[in-house]
Design a binder for this molecule. Structure first.
Ligand code: GLC
Length: 558
């Protein structure tokens, strides 16, 4: 594998060369390499469902590569790819058997290299997922451990069971996917191993130096290939409380992300990210780390993004907030305050591959989803867009059970078990394929999860050029974000006094208002010239702007 083209330039920067390749990149203070991530819009690609290059019904890296121009035209800054590593796919690739290999179902290392090169040529940075909390049960270390190799066993959590003959799990922890977090070792009565997720995902023991060394080496492998950063899966899970103490509560799943737990958000994780930051900083062009950290509060989340740790953390508190003005204001303030205290940019997210799509989750259909998106994109910091939200895709709630693949669906009492409904392959074309398949331009005849018949009308082709479409709304919003210096990491947010149910703020000359209520609201403040609205705005009444329910609009004073 040759050194990637984003390797050190003479001036040690990736950005300026990359940005120069973007025909539509507006020159601004933010367009250099420095701090590019502080206001980046990062688009999540879920490789199995984005685009299928070889027609087998499953998305792959050549498919992503062919469709990169869509992302460049959308106007995002970076792409985050969910895992594409060699994996038995017990959890859609979040069970990694080889951290340095691409699963044949997604392509080859050559395809990954070509994808990174093409993305950079289009001005897009590439962030990849890394899964350090657990491996696959087919990872070489774990197969050696199961075979009895004591050195390999030390890299995972093997423990004797409780009860007279070790017939009970070593402690009372529950798997996030439901059921006990322990499974028995076949043929060794009384011996168990820990898996916070599926049994096919054994947790590493991060106290072991070999685990720490291995992951720093894996980071370097991909950094050498040219990736611009990592999304760190289950970043909060790596370190467990000493002695693996019982929780003493049967309500663990409900407590995830809201309470202190002996297996999540332990202080010891931060030392790991400090050592990862040193690796990232060895490379030019500001390579970043993004924490998937479900911590109990905004303050605890902010600890992951202190100056010598990772760069960003997902804002799940924002994602989990209803479409309700006071609640949104509270979470926005808490996020800005806690992240500001450590000098990190806020991030905002509404959808990802683990949650019900926001068009469905927020309960107000397309108008509310569009309003929520426009609000998110006006907030200070960086934003994450999940593939298909730019098309206004709803959650697919009617999947037949036999099509489902999410392990949480199959484990009793697991999380909602609905994750397949946001993973249905994207529609690119209006028509079904000639062979009667259902792919709407996704690729093969039948996609791995069936697409609803009405998705042709939501396809990229159907929406392109239609000024009222959600796709064009996103394109315009992202263009304005690049053009207007107040947006992104620009001016601070100042709240404006607004009618009940309306959230309104100013950022320098830029004004945003979101009406979360059902009724139109007349605004008391000067809005300026309209830049963009998520839905139709009526004529002003007595000089006052009227904002309909479930609508967000952007204005500028000059
Ligand atoms: C993260 C991923 C999720 C996966 C889990 C276990 O939460 O986003 O999809 O199932 O980690 O790796």
């Amino acid at each position: 594998m040759t050194q990637h083209s984003s390797a050190p330039q003479a001036d040690g920067a990736v950005g300026p060369r990359v940005r120069a390749a973007r025909p539509d990149a507006a020159p601004s203070a933010r367009s250099g390499a420095s701090g590019w991530w502080r206001d980046a819009v990062i688009y999540q690609v879920y490789p199995r469902s984005f685009a299928d290059g070889d027609g087998d019904g499953m998305g792959d890296l050549p498919g992503v590569r062919q469709r990169l121009p869509h992302l460049a035209a959308l106007g995002v800054d970076a792409v985050w790819l969910s895992p594409f590593y060699a994996s038995p796919q017990a959890d859609a690739g979040y069970d990694v058997a080889d951290y340095r290999a691409i699963d044949p179902m997604f392509g080859t290392l050559h395809d990954a290299d070509a994808l990174i090169r093409d993305a950079h040529a289009l001005g897009l940075r590439v962030i990849i997922d890394i899964v350090p909390n657990h491996s696959s049960d087919r990872h070489e270390w774990f197969t050696r451990a199961l075979a009895g190799d004591p050195a390999a066993r030390e890299r995972y959590h093997f423990r004797a069971g409780r009860g007279e003959r070790g017939e009970l799990p070593p402690n009372d922890w529950e798997s996030v996917f439901g059921g006990p977090a322990w499974s028995r070792v076949p043929d060794e009565p009384g011996l168990w191993y820990l898996h916070l997720f599926a049994p096919e995902q054994p947790d590493f023991d991060w106290e072991h130096p070999a685990v720490r060394d291995e992951f720093r080496s894996v980071l370097r492998f991909w950094l050498d290939l040219g990736v611009d950063g990592f999304r760190v899966d289950v970043a909060h899970g790596l370190v467990k409380a000493a002695g693996l103490p019982d929780m003493g509560s049967g309500e663990q799943l409900r407590l995830l992300g809201t309470a202190e737990l002996p297996f999540f958000d332990q202080d010891g994780v931060h030392e790991i990210y400090r050592s990862w930051r040193q690796v990232l900083d060895e490379y030019p062009g500001e390579r970043i780390g993004v924490a998937e950290a479900w911590a109990p509060s905004a303050e605890r989340t902010a600890l992951y993004v202190r100056a010598d740790e990772l760069h960003q953390a997902f804002n799940f508190h924002y994602l989990g907030t209803d479409w309700d003005a006071p609640a949104l204001r509270e979470v926005i303030d808490a996020s800005l305050t806690s992240l500001g205290a450590v000098g990190a940019p806020a991030t905002w997210v509404l959808s990802n591959h683990d949650v019900v799509r926001h068009r469905t989750r927020l309960g107000g259909g397309a108008p509310r989803a569009r309003a929520a998106s426009l609000l998110m994109l006006a907030l200070p910091g960086s934003a994450y867009v999940y593939q298909g939200e730019e098309l206004g895709l709803p959650e697919v709630t009617e999947l037949p059970d036999e099509a489902r693949q999410d392990p949480s669906f199959f484990r009793d009492n697991g999380q909602d078990g609905l994750r397949d409904g946001c993973r249905v392959p994207l529609p690119w074309a209006e028509e079904r394929t000639a062979d009667g398949g259902t792919s709407f331009g996704f690729g093969g005849g039948s996609s791995w999860l069936p697409q609803p018949p009405e998705w042709g009308a939501l396809s990229v082709a159907a929406q392109t050029g239609d000024p009222d479409s959600t796709l064009e709304l996103y394109r315009t919003a992202l263009r304005l974000r690049r053009e207007r210096p107040e947006l992104g990491d620009g001016e601070p947010l100042e709240w404006l006094t607004a009618p009940e149910g309306v959230l309104a703020f100013r950022r320098g000359a830029f004004v945003c208002a979101a009406n979360t209520g059902p009724e139109p609201a007349a605004l008391d403040f000067r809005t300026g010239a309209l830049l963009l609205a998520s839905g139709p705005l009526p004529a002003a009444e007595s000089g006052r702007t009227v904002l309909p329910g479930d609508t967000t609009a952007w204005w500028a004073e000059r």
